[in-house]
Every structure is written in C-alpha cells, then in structure tokens.
Ligand binder design. Structure first.
Ligand code: AP5
Length: 229
C-alpha cells in the first residue's frame, strides 16, 4: 500500500487559475498523487521546449524571461500534442492553461472534438504582495521536480528531497522580483478575465489560496469529489 487513495472515477478536466505563486503547481502535483489525475503545466512544457532547444522553445525563451505570455499558437501546439498522449484519458488538471480568452476558446473546441467538458475551473485567490515572496523563495528538486520553499515548505531533512532522496536543487530563471511583477501584470491583464468566462459557463469555483497548503489541498479535494463522474 502506498497510503494513497487512487480513485477509478475522475473528472475529465479541471483548470487551476491563479497568478504566479498562487500554488497551481503545488496543488496540481498533490491532486495528481491523490486522485491519479495528470498535471498538464504549459509552463513545464514550455521550459522543456526551451531546454531541448526546439523551434518553439527558442521562440518562447525571451518572452518567458521577460515575464510576458508566449503566443497562443505556440502554447496551443504544445498543449494539443500533450493532450493526445494516452495517460491524459484518466483526467487532467490544467496548470497555467488557459491564460487568454483565445486559449480558453481553443480548449473548448479541442474538448468538443473528443466529447469532453470542463468539470471545474478553480480560481486560487491570493494577495499579489505575498506572491513575490512565495515565488522568489521557491526551488525544486533537480531529479524529480518536487517543489520546495525557503520559508513555507522545507525538505524534512535539509538538502535532501523528501520524495526521491535527490540532493541537487534548482531555481527558475524567471523567479526574481522584477520578472514576477511583470508576470503578475500579465495575469491581471490577460488571464483574470477568464474568471468571468468560466463563471458564465457555470463551472467556476473559488478557493482561498492564502490558507496553508494542506487546507488549500483539502478544499480542492472537496471540489474533485463533488464533480467526479
Ligand atoms: P508557469 O510555469 O505557469 O508559471 P506561473 O503561472 O507564473 O506560476 P508559477 O509556477 O510561478 O506559480 P504556481 O501558481 O504554480 O505556484 P507554486 O505552486 O509553484 O509559467 C511560466 C511562464 O511560461 C509564463 O510567465 C509565460 O511566459 C509562459 N507560459 C506558461 N503557460 C502559458 C500559457 N498558457 N500561455 C502563454 N504563456 C505561458 O507555488 C509557489 C511557491 O509558493 C512554492 O514555493 C510553494 O511551496 C509556495 N506555496 C504554494 N502554496 C502555498 C501556500 N498556500 N502557502 C504558502 N506557500 C505556498
């Protein structure tokens, strides 16, 4: 037994909306472990493309380092490729996608092709001022990607990943105070309007994401339980 309750019935599609530092990645990974959903992070997919030096990655690199949004065309191509993988059939948590109305409309069209629908779009509600500290204190295990924070989530043994035992850690190039402020501006200008978009479709949920990580996870778990098929 791994102590984890994997369920056989899952929501098809759950969206986590929120500014940088809201906890989208932290919570998506927890939901993935607990419910067997698959985390799809366009940020992670884009960083992998940058690291691999693909054409899309080369186009995205400077925009990401400046804290702007990568073009819808590039993001949609990457997302569609990933959604075609077999493991997504058990249900997905979209982390950082959609981020523009154009992306939201393209997602609706993509899901309609396969008879899927959005079960819940969760707005993680936070205060901007706290996000700069959250993001600039963040680091991840270089081996397994588990996320940590200098203040809020330290490994149980200093310098050793709780999950895989790795001892090398890394920080993201765009996790500095200046770029975080640009990312917050991009969120409010281009992504926050999606809260109204999903409210109008009757799938919007709100979670107080200034609460402790465990309390946020419990609130999200209740949403998964309430919408799973
Ligand atoms: P992306 O990788 O998606 O970054 P982001 O949206 O800026 O979000 P973050 O990863 O910074 O924050 P998070 O909400 O996941 O927070 P986390 O859980 O790590 O995107 C990066 C870039 O890629 C974008 O700027 C853009 O250029 C491009 N991009 C990506 N998707 C795109 C798209 N669809 N369209 C166009 N461009 C796109 O938490 C942060 C820290 O806080 C952690 O250390 C964590 O431990 C801690 N923490 C989390 N929750 C709590 C809590 N409740 N209390 C205390 N600490 C907490």
């Amino acid at each position: 037994m791994d102590g984890v309750s994997h369920v056989t019935t899952t929501p098809a599609v759950m969206i986590l909306l929120g500014p940088p530092g809201a906890g989208k990645g932290t919570q998506a990974r927890m939901l993935e472990e607990k419910y067997g959903l698959v985390q799809l992070s366009t940020g992670d997919l884009l960083r992998a493309a940058v690291a691999a030096g693909t054409e899309a990655g080369q186009a995205a690199k400077a925009v990401m380092e400046a804290g702007g949004l990568v073009s819808d065309d590039i993001v949609l191509a990457i997302l569609k490729d990933r959604m075609a993988d077999a493991d997504t059939q058990s249900g997905v948590i979209l982390d950082g996608f959609p981020r523009t109305t154009g992306q939201a409309e393209a997602l609706d069209a993509l899901l309609a092709e396969t008879g899927q629908k959005i079960d819940a779009a969760v707005s993680l509600e936070v205060e901007d001022e706290a996000m700069v500290e959250r993001v600039s204190g963040r680091y991840t295990c270089a081996a397994c990607g588990e996320g940590y924070h200098d203040t809020f989530k330290k490994p149980q043994v200093a310098g050793v990943c709780d999950k895989c035992g790795g001892t090398a850690f890394k920080r993201r190039a765009d996790d500095n105070a200046e770029t975080v402020r640009s990312r917050l501006d991009a969120y409010h200008a281009q992504t926050a309007p999606l809260i109204g978009y999903y409210d109008a479709r009757g799938v919007l949920r709100h979670v107080d994401a200034m609460a402790d990580i465990g309390d946020v996870a419990e609130a999200l778990g209740r949403i998964v339980d309430s919408v799973r098929h």
